[in-house]
Every structure is written in structure tokens, then in C-alpha cells.
Ligand binder design. Sequence first.
Ligand code: FAD
Length: 293
Amino acid sequence: ALNQNLAELQGDINVSFEFFPPRTSEMEQTLWHSIDRLSILKPTFVSVTYGANSGERDRTHSIIKDIKERTGLDAAPHLTCIDATPEELKKIAEDYWHSGIRHIVALRGDLPPGSGKPAMYAADLVTLLKKVGDFDISVAAYPEVHPEAKSAQSDLINLKKKVEAGANRAITQFFFDVESYLRFRDRCVAAGIETEIVPGILPVSNFKQLQRFAAMTNVKVPNWMTSMFDGLDNDAETRKMVGASIAMDMVKILSREGVKDFHFYTLNRADLTYAICHTLGVRPQVAAEQTQV
Ligand code: FAD
């Protein structure tokens, strides 16, 4: 029965993978190794982040171009609007369109400390992009509410605005409390948001780093998770297994709840993401054919 369930799942689940621009040549090697390993899983798309206020935009673009050439995958650059004028953004979007890029992850970017009200929000960027070309657009969503939002309701209204401006899907901030995602998905449906709310899955192997990330982003790290990583500060190997097991449990529950699309924050590593995809029934084409023989 288990095999039958997996067979039913195969082909039904869509995955996408997020990478970030590497800072050293060693990191670059890891990135390409990961892209090669994960691309055989035929993701719907892969995306590359852009560090707002860090001048990394050119690096994001060149990695996107290289991924497309090397793998033929749909490769989506992240684009933030916090650090550029509308004219600059329009020019970037036109360049993307002319170089064959049809999918953009449209974001506002984090405000630098002490800055006032921003001139543009992500919804404005979606509107601007749609005027340049009929891009496939992904936007960010926050099951546990964006830290700056006045309320959960105003954050939800903001997501609705992004969808009404033309976003085709929302990708969530990472989370560990599956219930918070499921409640959020229900609230989106009730608010008339009809796009997929794709859960962003972060396989955790560095728990200390995660605690810092989570504090900055308003993401709850449940007590059960803290106790699972307790005592493993100097044991990277076991941490990795625990992290994989947590993410596997999460995706299993989510797929039982009808989730078909998953976005993985790979942190440029293939191993955990590959293993989690495997448990979801997402397999390389070749292996699937061999099992049928
Ligand atoms: P918005 O949707 O504009 O919302 C930002 C905040 O403003 C929210 O609290 C919202 O409720 C509020 N708001 C919206 N409109 C208004 C309004 N008119 N008046 C008052 N308040 C308003 N950051 C990067 O720098 N580079 C990346 O590559 C990157 N990739 C990401 C990928 C994903 C999937 C996610 C979830 C986040 C990513 N981020 C990235 C982080 C993101 O830039 C930050 O979370 C940022 O603070 C908000 O971006 P947003 O697009 O959600 O903004």
C-alpha cells in the first residue's frame, strides 16, 4: 500500500529550489554540484536570491543565465525594489525580458535600519513588472505574519494586493509549525486569494544559525524542535539527520493536507533537499523508468 501511495504521488508533486549567489570559488563549486544533483528531479523552477542593498544583482543575473544554459530549467531571479528607482527597475525588467527570462520572484527587500516609509512595496513592483511583460511572478507570504505588518489581517490584505496586481503564486517564509501554515492557507482562501500558497521548506542542519534567522523573521521555533537539537552543537552529522527527519515529517503532513507544490530553501546544498524530495516520491526520471521494468 505504501508503494502504491508513492506511485500515486509521483508526477503529482511539483518542487522548486532556491539558491543564493556564492561568495567564494569553493562555495561556487558546491552550488554547481547541488544544481546538477537537484536538476535531475525536474523542478518546476529554480530561483536565485538577490541581496538587497549589497550590489549583488549582477551576480544573481549571471547565475540565472548559467543555470538556464547548463540545465535548461526555468530559472527565476529574485528582484527587490527597496534599493532602486522605478526607472532602474523598469530597465532591469526589460533586460530580463529580452534575455528570455519569464519568471521573477518579486520582493520589497528588508529595510535598512533607521529608514523611513519605503517608496515602493512588493505590490508596486508586481504592477511595474506586468507593464514590461507578462512575467510569471512569485511573491512572498508570511504564515506567521511579516515582522513589520500592523496586523495579520493587514498582511493578508497586502498579499491579496500582490495577487490582484498579477502575482501567479505566493511562496511562504519558512515555518516549522505546520498548523500555522494550514490556518494561513485557510485564511487566504477565505480572503479570496486563489493562487497557490507554496510552503517554503527550510531543511535545518545548523540550528544555531536557524535560531538567529528565526528571531529576525518572526518565525516560531517550537520547543519540541529545540529539544530535538539539544546537545548536538558539536555533532553536525546527527544534526543533519534530525533536520532531515523534521522536514520529512512536515512535508508528509502537508502532502496529506493536499499540498502539491513545495519550495525548498536549499542554502546551496543538495543532500537534505534531495532526500526529502525522494520521500515525497519526487525521483529522477531514469530511476522511475528502471523501477517500472
Ligand atoms: P511587501 O509585500 O511589500 O510587505 C512588506 C511589509 O510591508 C509587510 O509587513 C506588509 O504587510 C507591509 N505593507 C505592504 N504594503 C504596505 C503599505 N502600502 N503600507 C504599509 N505597510 C505595507 N529579501 C531579499 O533581500 N532578497 C531576496 O532574494 C529575498 N527573497 C525572499 C524570498 C521569499 C520566498 C521570502 C518569503 C522572502 C524573501 N526576502 C528576500 C525577504 C523579503 O525581502 C523581506 O521579508 C521584506 O522585509 C518584505 O518583502 P515583501 O516582498 O514580503 O514585502
